[in-house]
Design a protein around this ligand. Sequence first.
Ligand code: PEP
Ligand code: MG
Length: 324
Amino acid sequence: EQRQLGRLRGKPTRTLDGAEITLLANAESQEDVAQAHALGARGLGLYRTEFLFLQGNRLPDEEEQFRVYRDTVLGMSGLPVTIRTLDLGADKADRTGLVVGSEENPALGLRGVRLSLAHPKVSDTQLRAILRASGYGPVRILIPMVSMREEILTVRRRLSRLAAILRNDGHEVAENIPIGAMIEVPAAAIALECFIDQVDFLSIGTNDLVQYLLAADRNNDAVAELYSPLHPAVLRLLWQVMDTAQRHATPVAVCGEIAGDSSMTPLLLALGLTEFSLHPATLLEVRRAIREVDLAALRAQAPQLLAARDRRGIERWIAGTARD
Ligand code: PEP
Ligand code: MG
């Protein structure tokens, strides 16, 4: 089994009818980066930066962050690296005092981009480090927990100001760094049309999107049964996001855990996704799943999938595609 998967290392990620699917990696350590590169990921689709803030009880300074981001960019040898700005808060609590420990409802509190905007100095330090790393290879910047247009505009304004200062000080900063938003708050998915002109790409974070859409905590065992991507509301919302993005020719990846779950691959392909960002350990398995299906046939079955009225109906659709 492992040996069979191993044979897929250098193979293309292409469906039976010849469609190329892009596999990117989620990473947060140098080991992840090395593994992603070795297995043939086309870049990093989600580089989580929280670990830098979770390992000690003080904030990492600009140099420290710059070195880590630069080494990550160099580790991918010219492939794009999507660095997500700080996504602390809620289930990702730190010991630096940045995250308010006393929120009654932290998942709905100051987290992701909200936390960054509330701490401009901390955020600027990170953005400077990312901008400096962009002098060493293709970098994209991904903003987590976006719920509205203004958040993206503010981050964009900050970035241009910081880039000008850095260039003025003699640093090399890439031109036109692609800026993307995570789609993980239902409001952002529903009102995507309102800010899509401000992003160069999108990444759907299904881990949080499912939690917020279904009002079911992603880490609460008592509602683990309810927390499932196989809910008609999730599929309909994904479909709507893909439709809006396609009309605006904006690339979309999915980077939640379902991207690395090969049993979900046919469903995601049917809904129009062609970019997956996943943990490198799951890359070959998902590549195999992609190589076994016909994309046009799956797309043609999207209406049946979207017509399913409950989880069992969706599971039956998945089982049906596995049989064909
Ligand atoms: C997500 O929410 O799906 C996601 C990829 O981000 P994280 O799991 O880091 O919250
Ligand atoms: Mg998330």
